[in-house]
Ligand binder design. Structure first.
Ligand code: ADP
Length: 638
């Protein structure tokens, strides 16, 4: 194959320009990025070697070797990892695959100061970070496997790169950096050691370097003895195996970034060793931000890296954590699992199930503590991951009580910035309140203003607002809390009265039925298509009417969700409740008494119904007609 010259994708060039011209002071992170790539490449081959017997034919000891050449001003990072085919080389190092890098570019776009060099350190810029210190990078790589050719990729980071077939003895990748002027410090052995210690000490493969030692001649005039020895410069001590007291916050954070390529500080970490039923060590993190694809369950696995006795097995195992905790990242190192197992078998392993139980309960406990002791942090967490957590209520029945306790939401008493939990709600309940009231909907503002709340406000009863789309599905799974049933206030009839009040109410309604009989029938016949019943209520104080559903029917929020999911849902007929003491109802009754044939009455019925729809956040059938009716009314008003 002859040498071909190719252009970088625009986004890559954009990134390269930024990296090259950045004045970022921590240029040394280039080594962290390259070592991390090398370590990932070895992770991959060591895993593949367990399942594909012929991928490597002889024994190899995994390692990453650094070669310093002060004269040529180069540093080579050489790994015996998986290597790359030509296509992989072009796809991986000619485009931007890493989401961290994409975020980085987007944040720069959003930032007012696009050249703010402080910025760069928060992100992993991957392979391209090399160009902060090098004006030319050569990648020599050979994919592991039978008869794989080697390739050489070269670029000065400006516009183009070349690719050609090359010679390489064994599989793996050598990345050679030709340092720019001013970057000579990275040619010093002590400096390289320092950087490795600082950023990559926990890499689980040896990072080695040839170290030259000169022993002075014993006698004067004798020859010095020079020995070159390969020395491992990282401790390889898996961070999760260390004692907590030995690990600094920075190390914890660096390891998190190494695992996830997220360079923000994680919100929480959980580090523990389980002994007894199942033996494993784990270090888990809860990220500070939700990834954009968090809600897509399909094809996603938990990003938990599984090690068995320190050997990396993989990071796409289902089963280590329940789906609803898929935002948790980290490492599990088990000593109970067999090393040479296939993923399928591992999936069903009883030990995995035990680990899952133990991790779930630990994560939930950590969240419970956060909620209790650092509620503001918990609110932040909940904004990011609350929606996913709620899935647990419909799937993890074993932890149902804990999950109910972790639920928070706004209410008539608690604002969005200080939501309430069920326990505090129950604590605030008066002795005469028997149920936990809630209202679902998509828009908090409409919920807060819903006419349905009027009777509850009068009584001093708090109503919870469930305004996440998923709430509609999970609320059925909550059913009760602390022995008190959850009751939707827009379904069925809600009994707020004491025995004494009940009698009075019955009287009032009987009276209204008598006084407004004709009007009630007219409304029902006009709205026959949409309404199954018109009845009087005392749940309203300020509004003339509201719409409720049957106890068993879908409410409008559920109907909207089902339609959004392309489900064919027949519109259910609602119940219209009228407030007999409202002046508008009285006025309509007066008009009815004077002339029940008047067209005006039909318009008013339509306006009344549309108002009720609008105030619960539903759409009205004919907005143009509605506007016209309102305009006509305005014109008639003095
Ligand atoms: P990231 O590592 O964050 O995905 P990089 O820009 O550092 O982004 O690397 C892009 C891709 O190039 C990697 O995902 C990997 O597939 C490939 N790659 C980089 N370095 C190596 C290496 N030493 N061995 C094998 N593949 C590599």
């Amino acid at each position: 194959m002859s040498k071909s010259t190719k252009k970088f994708k625009t986004e890559v060039q954009q990134l390269l320009d930024l990296v090259i011209h950045s004045l970022y002071s921590k240029k040394e992170i280039f080594l962290r990025e390259l070592l991390s790539n090398a370590s990932d490449a070895i992770d991959r081959i060591s895993f593949e070697a367990q399942t594909q017997k012929d991928i490597i034919t002889s024994d190899v000891s995994w390692k990453i070797k650094l070669f310093l050449d002060e004269e040529a001003k180069t540093l080579t990072i050489s790994d015996n990892g998986i290597g790359m085919t030509k296509e992989e080389l072009e796809n991986n190092i000619g485009t931007i695959a890493n989401s961290g890098t994409k975020n980085f570019l987007n944040s720069l776009k959003d930032s007012n100061k696009p050249d703010d060099s402080q910025f760069i350190g928060q992100f992993g810029v991957g392979f391209y970070a090399s160009y902060m210190v090098a004006d030319k990078v050569t990648v020599l790589t050979k994919r592991a496997g039978k008869d794989q050719p080697a390739y050489k990729w070269v670029s000065d980071g400006v516009g183009t790169y070349t690719i050609e077939e090359a010679e390489k003895d064994s599989f793996g990748t050598d990345v050679k950096l030709h340092f720019r002027e001013g970057s000579e410090e990275y040619l010093k052995e002590w400096k390289v050691r320092q950087i490795v210690k600082e950023y990559s000490d926990f890499i689980s493969y040896p990072i080695v370097m040839d170290v030259t030692r000169t022993e002075k001649a014993e006698e004067e005039g004798g020859e010095d003895v020079i020995t070159i020895e390969e020395e491992t410069i990282n401790s390889m001590k898996a961070i999760w195996k260390k004692n907590k007291s030995e690990i600094s916050d920075e190390e914890y954070k660096d390891f998190y970034s190494h695992l996830t390529h997220d360079y923000n500080e994680p919100q929480e970490r959980i580090h523990f060793r389980a002994e007894g039923v199942s033996e494993f060590t784990t270090l888990l993190y809860i990220p500070a931000n939700a990834p954009f694809d968090m809600m897509f369950k399909e094809g996603r696995h938990n990003d938990i890296h599984l090690y068995v006795k320190n050997v990396f097995i993989g990071n796409d195992f289902k089963g280590l954590l329940p789906d609803y905790l898929r935002f948790v990242k980290g490492v599990v190192d088990s000593s109970d699992l067999p090393l040479n197992v296939s993923r399928e078998i591992l999936q069903d392993d009883l030990n995995i199930l035990k680990i899952n139980k133990s991790l779930s309960s630990r994560v939930l406990k950590t969240l419970a503590t956060m909620k209790k002791k650092r509620f503001d942090d918990y609110i932040k967490f909940y904004k990011n991951f609350g929606q996913v957590m709620k899935e647990g209520l419909a799937s993890d029945f074993e932890n149902a009580d804990k999950l109910k306790d972790l639920l928070i939401c706004p209410s008539t008493e608690a604002g969005e910035d200080k939501p309430t939990d069920l326990k505090s709600y129950v604590d605030r309940m008066s002795s005469e309140q028997k149920e936990i009231f809630y209202l679902t909907g998509s828009d908090l503002l409409s919920l807060k203003k819903s006419p349905l709340l009027e009777g509850f406000k009068k009584k001093g009863y708090e109503v919870l607002f469930f305004n996440d789309p998923i709430d509609e599905f999970i609320v059925d799974h909550i059913r009760e809390y602390d022995g008190k049933a959850l009751k939707a206030i827009d379904k069925g009839s809600v009994d707020l009265d004491t025995e004494e009040e009940k009698k009075e109410t019955e009287e009032q309604i009987k009276e209204a039925d008598k006084n407004f009989k004709g009007l009630k029938e007219l409304i029902k016949s006009n709205l026959d298509e949409d309404i199954q019943e018109v009845r009087f209520t005392n749940r309203l104080t300020d509004s003339p009417c509201c719409l409720v559903s049957d106890e068993s029917a879908m409410n409008p929020q559920m109907e909207r969700i089902m339609r959004a999911m392309n489900q064919d849902v027949p519109a259910s007929k609602r119940i219209m409740e009228l407030n007999p003491t409202h002046p508008l109802v009285e006025k309509m009754n007066k008009i009815f008494a004077e002339n029940k044939e008047t067209a005006k009455l039909n318009d008013y019925v339509e306006l009344l119904y549309n108002q009720a729809l609008l105030s619960e956040g539903s759409e009205i059938k004919d907005p143009v007609k509605f506007s016209k009716l309102v305009s006509d009314l305005m014109l008639k008003a003095d």
